[in-house]
Design a protein around this ligand. Structure first.
Ligand code: SAM
Length: 333
């Protein structure tokens, strides 16, 4: 009689350590950006694309491999500025056919008008736009470039196309904290969810007094809002990174409180940079080069990728964001 193996084979998903899994993939299409926001890059230096940037076909293959091995369900294209990259159209179109439950991208909004046909045709349902101010001169001081009018017109066109928009605002003391309410009014009037992002100690802000001077945290944001609106906190799924609040009859807003209410223990994000490096944690500059996998067959590449993913999940630092020298636009915000 033939011996049978009665021990069940467990296909453990890579990228899962003690119940932790990667689910959410952020892909930086390029490190280059048309803006040079004060909190993102020092001295107004606009970062350029790296010579090592991988192609759109290579990105798409990496996404397929990551979907198969890590069990990714959510994808966000980011950068640098994703709309600046000539890979944007192809990668977005392909990602939309891959069966992910949720696809979005994050943009500074400058090129939304130019790209509206591509965006609409892709079938994407939602996007995030970073907007720190509604005052033109201030806008150019923070972004050190750009045109607020273009961004606002772009947002309107996206909404007209039936695509939902979330706005990301980084409130900074003495810079735009007086716009916390006007930004919320603007968003509620347009059925936009505003997310206040607490300033993060990244790149040049890591060891800089600027960080403490400018940090404007969740408690103060909520106190200001409570003078204008009554709101209640909404329960979210456990892996959510934002604290969400609803204002009855008007809408809701969120706070990504990296410092005040850290969410690292629940984080399931994985980041792929524009030069093919995989980062398991925003708080850890350790990364894994995926480019050698491109020379392998799918089966071999998946085998190697499972090993890489189990290392990357161990790169996650807890319990809170500890600061990192890497600039957000390299790693993909
Ligand atoms: N260019 C796109 C944009 O502007 O949305 C995508 C890349 S940008 C790096 C992504 C997000 O990172 C933006 O919402 C930006 O505000 C945020 N960001 C960058 N540096 C940050 C910091 N030090 N603290 C908090 N948020 C930061």
């Amino acid at each position: 009689m033939k011996a049978t193996n009665s021990i069940p084979v467990i296909h453990q998903q890579a990228g899962s350590v003690a119940g932790r899994k990667f689910r959410n993939l952020r892909i930086s299409l390029t490190a280059s950006c048309n803006y040079a926001c004060t909190y993102c890059v020092p001295d107004g230096k606009r970062l350029l694309r790296s010579n090592e940037e991988i192609s759109s076909q290579e990105i798409i293959r990496m996404i397929r491999l990551l979907k198969a091995t890590a069990g990714i369900t959510k994808v966000r294209l980011t950068g640098g500025e994703p709309l600046l990259s000539n890979k944007f159209d192809a990668v977005l179109a392909q990602v939309m056919t891959m069966g992910f439950g949720d696809v979005s991208f994050t943009t500074n909004g400058e090129y939304l008008l130019k790209k509206i046909d591509i965006i609409r045709a892709s079938g994407i349902k939602r996007i995030n736009v970073s907007l720190d101010t509604l005052v033109s001169e201030r806008f150019r001081k923070i972004a050190r470039s750009g045109n607020l009018e273009n961004v606002l017109r772009g947002i309107e066109r996206v909404l007209e196309a039936g695509i939902s928009v979330k706005l990301n605002m980084v409130p900074m003391r003495g810079i735009n904290d007086d716009e916390i309410i006007s930004m919320l009014d603007f968003s509620l009037a347009r059925n936009i969810e505003l997310r206040y992002i607490e300033l993060m100690q990244m790149g040049h802000l890591l060891n800089s007094p600027e960080f403490d001077q400018q940090f404007f945290g969740m408690d103060e944001i909520l106190e200001l809002i409570s003078n204008h609106y009554s709101f209640s906190e909404t329960r979210l799924n456990p892996d959510a990174t934002a604290c969400l609040f609803s204002i009855a009859g008007k809408g809701r807003f969120g706070i990504i409180a990296n410092k005040s209410r850290p969410f690292c223990v629940n984080c399931n994000r994985l980041r792929l940079t524009s030069n093919g490096r995989l980062y398991g944690c925003l708080s850890n500059h350790k990364n894994h080069d995926l480019r050698p996998l491109l020379d392998l067959s799918d089966d071999e590449a998946k085998k190697d990728l499972r090993l890489v993913l189990s290392k990357a999940i161990n790169d996650k630092k807890t319990p809170w964001f500890m600061g990192e020298k890497t600039v957000m636009k390299f790693i993909g915000g």
